[in-house]
Design a binder for this molecule. Structure first.
Ligand code: MTE
Ligand code: HPA
Ligand code: MOS
Length: 767
């Protein structure tokens, strides 16, 4: 089935926040963000701004009617800075004016007198100074301290991954419209309508039943709108509440990039021990997460880093410790993979280091340490593993031996260009790591004309969840998709929702939808059984026709509905789904947190230009465990998008803050994301057919986040190519692998000099 949004997308008719028709009298907001990352606010002069033409009012913390607090997990994040600023871009004031231009012009007139205080941007420095968001956490399996004796080889090192800008095409924003009796309707570009509702409720001091948060769709979220849509919604709602006028704020791209948090940069130390047969015996890792200035979702992201720190491998002795470090960057937040990718990069770095030192291909270590069904994860859950199957199928289907040989031959024949490859296995746990968040509700109405309306907590952000939910209802009722509409997500229709995140949206909301449809179907079958004088077990519905013992009865969907209505049978249902069987005990750091895991293996091939340090990603060849995909076209889109986004993070996207905590890569001229030239020349996807029972909707496994992590293979393939040019190259485990870093590694003076370096210098001069 096609994505139900395709038609309106290509015609430009899909409605995003900025497309909502404005109500007469709408005012426009713009935030004034702190120019100083860490400082004492001596004074804030908004008088000149307030005098500007069109300005209606300038709001500061003094205007807050509830609590000056929007922290989700920990109440450590003021909406407006008061006496101190904690990051560049932290809102100090919110100007509301009769036009967007007037609001922005007035923002420029605000004067803040701020005494700078010491700025921390490095997580290790923050940890050393005791600046932690939460106490450190440690996951343990076996006993690493005693395991080192069993190891023939031990390697230690450091690995760093940088942040990543979400770059959703639609920027953050909100539009707050006052209704009667102090109700406020808030259109928000958010993954978490309930998160917005809660944050606004707290900041304004209004009960949640007065706050209707409505979302039609997002132009992308990628985790960046799980918590960070709250700020803009709260600012608009506060102004609307005071002024009794609709207030809208859609951020400019540069405001958005500068004021919002990104993927967490991590700095990590590892120690890995292997026996003589290359079995990994022990692994110790310490993660320093750069949380930024407030908790936001950092504790949950930290937790997922620990959950995924051994990726697809079974390691009998593991000690993994993680620190969430408070710095003066904008609060970092959810981003596709949610800390998982940061954990996986480190174990892959440890394996790569061991492989190079031992003179074996990394894949030799990777493959033989993949976990099998029944192996235990460091957090106690037992694996239902597809890791060896994915790997084996990838190796055979794509003929890894032939790829390796042709890369070898190419590298022998070429001096200026070198090819490299890497395997990247992925194992990703599906469920919110916080057990309580794994619940969802659906409200299904069947109308007497045969049409069906569905509301859930799911937010459509391009990932196709609405199409999947529609497929669930179409299958449950056996009616064509045209009969079904998915309604905008609204906190008045569906309450207490979890954000659309953790790749679990279709599973959770789809199952709730299925349950609601089934309940209605049971009642309809009873009506049919009575009317057709049989028992309900004999009744089936197929393609809008009612069958008795498999024989057409002459009744159809519409006739049945009308009969049910006349008999005063309920044609609506509100269903609740909570993932069964999951639990986690944080005091022991053990449990069964995930409904299931998604597996896969990718082979990534690259070519490096050894004169320039530039490179191409030649191929990404994947075997992926979709379960039984309910929508292969949508899942393919998720795979391709995720892979490219992962490659971007690992290779070219470079978030740079200066020592004063100011973002230097604050525009698309200075922050490079993959374009059509940077994407892999070929992406090949093959499904591993797994039909085991699992908790996925229709056994169609979650697909949103896992593919991003195949992109990590690009980093290691580049490393492989560099080593082909200069076997003793000094290549710090530091992502992204920009062309600058490639060039420095190619000509690094570490160890033996690059055998080809002379030749290349000579050629360069000759040219
Ligand atoms: N795909 C598109 N097109 N746009 C997005 O914003 N977000 C990703 C992923 N794929 C995203 C996307 C993230 S971070 C998650 S958690 C999942 O989609 C969320 O949707 P799902 O739970 O329906 O998979
Ligand atoms: N994944 C994504 N988002 C989340 C999670 C998670 O595990 N927990 C809380 N928010
Ligand atoms: Mo995705 S990072 O869980 O929104």
């Amino acid at each position: 089935m096609n994505n139900i949004d395709a038609r309106t997308h290509v015609r430009g008719a899909s409605v995003y926040l900025d497309d909502i028709p404005l109500i007469n009298g709408t005012l426009f907001g713009a935030a004034f963000g702190s120019p100083v990352a860490h400082g004492r606010v001596n004074s804030l002069d908004v008088a000149a701004a307030a005098q500007m033409p069109g300005v209606v009012r300038v709001f500061t913390y003094k205007d807050i009617t509830g609590e000056n607090q929007i922290g989700g997990i920990i109440p450590d994040e003021p909406l407006f800075a008061e006496q101190e600023t904690h990051f560049c871009g932290m809102p100090l004031a919110f100007v509301v004016a009769t036009s967007v231009d007037a609001a922005r012009a007035a923002v420029k007139k605000i004067q803040a007198d701020i005494t700078p205080l010491p700025v921390i941007t490095d997580p290790r420095e923050a940890q050393a100074k005791g600046e932690l968001i939460i106490p450190p956490r440690t996951f343990r399996l076996g006993d690493t301290a005693n395991a080192w004796q069993q190891c023939a080889h031990i390697f230690e090192g450091r690995a760093d991954t940088n942040g990543q800008e979400h770059l959703y095409i639609e920027t953050q924003g909100a539009y707050a419209v006052p209704q009667e009796n102090e109700v406020i309707r808030i259109y928000s570009s958010t993954q978490g309508p309930t998160a917005v509702q809660r944050a606004v409720s707290k900041a304004l001091g209004l009960p949640m039943h007065q706050l209707d948060v409505e979302v039609t769709r997002l132009g992308g979220g990628f985790g960046g709108k799980e918590d960070q849509a709250n700020t803009w919604a709260a600012l608009c709602a506060l102004a609307a509440h005071h002024l009794k006028k609709p207030v809208k704020y859609a951020l400019h791209r540069m405001e958005d990039i500068a004021m919002t948090g990104k993927r967490h940069p991590y700095s990590s130390d590892f120690k890995i021990g292997l026996d003589a047969d290359l079995k990994i015996i022990a692994y110790e890792v310490t993660f320093y997460q750069n949380a930024g200035a407030a908790a936001d979702l950092s504790p949950a992201v930290l937790e997922r880093t620990l959950f995924h720190c051994t990726n697809s491998y079974f390691i009998p002795h593991v000690t993994a410790t993680a620190y969430s470090c408070r710095t003066h960057l904008p609060p970092n937040t959810a981003f596709r993979g949610f800390g998982g990718p940061q954990g996986m990069f480190v174990i892959e770095a440890a394996i790569a280091k061991a492989a190079t030192a031992l003179g074996v291909p990394a894949s030799a270590i990777q493959q033989q340490n993949l976990h099998h069904t029944g192996d235990t994860f460091p957090y106690g859950q037992l694996a239902q593993s597809e890791a060896p199957a994915c790997w084996q199928k990838a190796e055979e289907l794509y003929d890894a031996a032939a790829i390796r040989q042709s890369i070898h031959d190419f590298n022998v024949a070429n001096t200026l260009y070198k090819k490299g490859m890497a395997f990247m296995p992925v194992c990703f746990g599906i469920s919110f790591t916080k057990t309580l968040m794994n619940q969802a509700r659906a409200l299904v109405h069947v109308y007497t004309d045969g049409s069906v309306s569905i509301s859930t907590g799911a937010v459509e952000m391009g990932q196709g969840v609405n199409t999947k939910i529609l497929q669930v209802a179409a299958r449950a009722f056996s009616i064509p998709p045209e009969r079904i509409r998915i309604q905008p997500t609204s906190t008045f229709r569906i309450a207490n929702t979890s954000p659309s995140a953790a790749s679990a949206t279709a599973d959770l909301n789809g199952k709730a939808t299925w349950m609601a449809c089934q309940a209605i179907m049971e009642r309809l079958k009873q009506v049919a059984a009575e009317a057709l004088q049989t028992d309900t077990a004999a009744i089936t519905l197929q393609d809008e026709q009612v069958f008795v013992h498999g024989k057409a009865s002459g009744w159809d969907w519409k006739k049945l509905l009308m009969a049910a209505y006349v008999k005063r049978v309920n044609l609506s249902e509100h269903a609740h789904y909570a993932t069964p069987g999951i639990h986690f005990d944080t005091s022991r750091e053990k449990g069964h947190p995930f409904a299931y895991h998604v597996y896969g293996a990718a082979i990534v091939e690259v070519t490096v230009d050894c004169l320039r340090g530039t490179y191409t990603i030649d191929a990404v060849k994947v075997v992926h465990d979709y379960g039984a995909s309910m929508n292969p076209a949508i899942d393919q889109g998720q795979m391709e998008g995720g892979i490219v986004q992962g490659i971007g993070w690992m290779t070219m996207e470079e978030v740079i803050y200066d020592a004063e905590g100011r973002l230097r890569s604050n525009a698309l001229s200075t922050y490079k994301v993959p374009d059509i030239y940077a994407v892999p020349k070929t992406i090949q996807l093959q499904a591993l057919d797994t039909r085991q029972d699992n908790l996925a909707i229709f056994r169609s496994k979650a697909v949103g986040e896992p593919p991003l992590m195949y992109g990590i293979g690009a980093w290691f393939a580049l490393r492989d190519a560099i080593l082909a040019f200069h076997p003793a190259a000094d290549i710090p485990f530091s992502a992204p692998m920009t062309p600058e870093k490639v060039l420095m590694a190619l000509y690094s003076k570490n160890g033996t000099p690059a055998p080809h370096a002379k030749t290349v210098d000579h050629l360069a001069v000759d040219k």
